[in-house]
Write a protein that binds this ligand. Structure first.
Ligand SMILES: *Cc1c(COP(=O)(O)O)cnc(C)c1O
Length: 338
C-alpha cells in the first residue's frame, strides 16, 4: 500500500501535535450577495481570518504546530522575521506571549516613524523588535541566526521560524485545514469545484494542494500570486508540497507544471494596494460586510473576479474563496479603501 495517496495511506501519517491556539473549525459561510455581484458560481468563504487568536489569519494554523514543536524541543524563545507589516511576525508574537516565551522579531528596512498595524500589535504582544536597515528582504536571514545566537548567549533556548513562516509544519497545517473544510462542506451541502487562495510564500497553496489529494477532495485548488512571478510561485509551491509530503511519508502531490497560479494581480508590487484590489475589497465589504486585506485577499478576490469575467469558472457550480486574514493592514493602507 505504499506509493499511493489513497485515503487509507492518509490515515497512516503521524499527525503533528498542536499547541492549542485554535479551539475549533473556522466558519465556512455562503456569500450569495458577493456571488451575485461577481456573476460567477455559487460562492463560499472559509473564514480563517476569524481564527480567534492573535487577530486571526492563516499563519496561526502553522504556528499552532510550530509552537507545539518548540515546546517539545524545550525552547523558551521564538525568533522570526519579515517586513514590518507582516501578519506572520504579528501572529508569532501573539503565540510567544501565549506560551510565555520571549520573542525576537527581525524586520527588513528602517524603523517607520509611526508604530502602526501589525508592527504595533507585535510590540504590544511583547516582541523585541530589530530592523536590518536594509530594504533587501533577505537581509533578515543572517539576523535571525544572529538573534538566536544572542539569545542562546543569554541562556535562552531559541526556536527559529524561517522568514515569512513557510515551513514544512506550516504546509502540513494547511493540509489538515482541508480535512476540516471537507467536513464542513459536507455538513453544509456545499460542493465547491474550485478553491481560490492568495499566494505569498506559497505555503498555504502547497498545503491545500497536498491536503486535497490526501483527503480526496473533489475540487481543484488555484492560487493568485500577490508577490512573486507565477512561474517562481509554482516551483516554490511544488517544492514546499513535496517537502511536506516527504515528512508525512506520502508521495509528492504535484509537479511545478501542475500547480495553478494566476498572474496579473500584484499591481505595483507586494504590499502596495492595487486599483483592482481596492475595488474587490469594497465589493466584498458592501456585498457581505466582509473585510478583506489590501495585500493578499483583496488581490486574490480581484483575480477571482477577473477570471470569472473571463469565463474561467463557467462550468463550475460552486467555488470556495479562502479568507486568509490580514485585516490589520487595512488601517495602514487607507488608500485601499477610498
Ligand atoms: C501570508 C498570507 C497569505 C499567503 O500565504 P502563503 O502561505 O505565504 O502563501 C495570504 N493571506 C494573508 C492574509 C497572509 O498573511
Amino acid at each position: 500500500m505504499t506509493g499511493t495517496a489513497s485515503p487509507i495511506a492518509a490515515c497512516r501519517f503521524a499527525e503533528p501535535a498542536r499547541f492549542g491556539l485554535i479551539p475549533g473549525p473556522t466558519p465556512f459561510l455562503p456569500a450569495p450577495a458577493l456571488a451575485a455581484a461577481l456573476g460567477g458560481p455559487r460562492l463560499w468563504i472559509k473564514r480563517d481570518d476569524l481564527i480567534p487568536f492573535g487577530f486571526g489569519g492563516n499563519k496561526i494554523r502553522g504556528l499552532d504546530l510550530m509552537l507545539a514543536d518548540a515546546v517539545t524541543s524545550g525552547a523558551n524563545a521564538l525568533v522570526t522575521g519579515a517586513g514590518p507589516l507582516s501578519n506572520h511576525v504579528r501572529s508569532t508574537a501573539a503565540a510567544a506571549a501565549r506560551a510565555g516565551m520571549r520573542m525576537v522579531a527581525v524586520y527588513w528596512g528602517r524603523a517607520p516613524a509611526e508604530l502602526q498595524g501589525n508592527h504595533l500589535l507585535s510590540v504590544l504582544w511583547g516582541a523585541e523588535v530589530r530592523f536590518t536597515d536594509d530594504n533587501d528582504r533577505s537581509s533578515v536571514d543572517p539576523e535571525l541566526a544572529a538573534a538566536a545566537a544572542r539569545l542562546a548567549g543569554e541562556g535562552a533556548r531559541p526556536y527559529v521560524i524561517p522568514r515569512g513562516g513557510a515551513s514544512t509544519l506550516g504546509v502540513i497545517a494547511h493540509a489538515l485545514a482541508v480535512r476540516e473544510t471537507l467536513d464542513q462542506a459536507r455538513a453544509a451541502g456545499a460542493r465547491p469545484d474550485a478553491v481560490v487562495v492568495a499566494v505569498g510564500s506559497g505555503g498555504t497553496l502547497a498545503g491545500w494542494i497536498l491536503g486535497s489529494q490526501l483527503f480526496c477532495a473533489p475540487w481543484r485548488v488555484e492560487g493568485v500570486t500577490v508577490s512573486r512571478p507565477a512561474a517562481e510561485a509554482r516551483a516554490r509551491v511544488a517544492e514546499l508540497a513535496a517537502d511536506a509530503a516527504a515528512a508525512l511519508g506520502v508521495p509528492a502531490p504535484v509537479t511545478a507544471d501542475e500547480v495553478v497560479v494566476h498572474d496579473g494581480f500584484i499591481g505595483d508590487g507586494y504590499g502596495r494596494p492595487s486599483e483592482a484590489g481596492a475595488e474587490a475589497l469594497r465589493l466584498a465589504a458592501r456585498a457581505e460586510g466582509v473585510l478583506l486585506d489590501p495585500t493578499y485577499t483583496a488581490k486574490a478576490l480581484a483575480g477571482y473576479r477577473a477570471l470569472v469575467a473571463a469565463g474561467r469558472f463557467r462550468g463550475d457550480r460552486e467555488a470556495l474563496f479562502l479568507h486568509t486574514g490580514g485585516e490589520p493592514s487595512v488601517f495602514v493602507r487607507p488608500e485601499a479603501v477610498r
